[in-house]
Design a protein around this ligand. Sequence first.
Ligand code: FDA
Length: 283
Amino acid sequence: MKLPFIFAKRFVAGESFTESVPKAKELNNKDLKLTLDLLGENVKDRQTATDTVDSYIKLLDGIKEHDLDSSISIKLTMMGLDIDEDFCRENLFRLLDIAQKHDQFVRIDMEGSDNTQITLDIFKEAQKKYGNHVGTVIQSMLYRSKNDINELAEMGSDIRLVKGAYNEPAKIALQKMADIREAFKDQTKVLLAKTDFPRFGTHDDELVNWIKDYTIENDISKDRFEFQMLYGLREETMVQLNEEGYKTRIYVPFGTDWLPYFTRRLAERKENIWFVLSTMFKK
Ligand code: FDA
């Protein structure tokens, strides 16, 4: 049985692009940039993966048509990574060809640890071919991220740093919030020192305030990095950061395949369950 969309409404802008456009416009009008994400992951058949690329190409057209200030995010398992790596790479490059023509930016989201290495390998190939039209994500909680950050920073990659949304075992990932925050801070320092424009994806005040203090102390200007947060969470904080002169971007997911994304948001924070319930009782 499929849950009705009303459950996901708090975190997902709409079940289609058209339905999401008014929300996207509203956020742009508040001077917040966007990253639109067509929800879906772990596609198991070639036709669905091909259709997904077509939908993303239409999305690029839609962003232009509606004059939205938005990049896009994709997941490689949506482009057929679980089916065949070469097929997935071809799909990604087909999308990147069009994105480059539109002068658009595509971020490859990071998924569970089974896919970290292959995602980074494909990303590095993509960066060689498409330069600054493509970026990826590093998850602070993984032990390997210390090396990955150094390598990608040396390559001048466009990185979104996040804690990591997937349940990873202690063998490969930090488990305590304090340790994950310390890793996030260390990796932030590397990105600020070695890359042009790092992006920090977090709703955590401790990290947001630390980044503000660290950049002020080290004379790093506010236009050298960006704060990113998820749709439906902390919009007022984003507006406030904007007013303080920081660069901001909201990640706006949409689409019918919202259940896995929605489940991760609920697992992250018990308050999110309350958000969902309060949305349901609001008109
Ligand atoms: P976390 O949930 O750890 O909470 C820490 C503290 O922050 C809380 O105790 C509270 O004090 C404060 N806080 C958190 N949420 C709050 C709220 N809504 N209101 C008030 N205070 C709040 N993950 C991944 O694996 N791959 C990816 O590609 C991405 N992409 C991505 C993009 C963007 C733009 C964001 C913001 C996040 C991701 N993530 C992700 C998800 C990320 O890895 C992580 O799971 C979540 O951001 C949750 O971690 P936080 O640091 O945001 O706060």
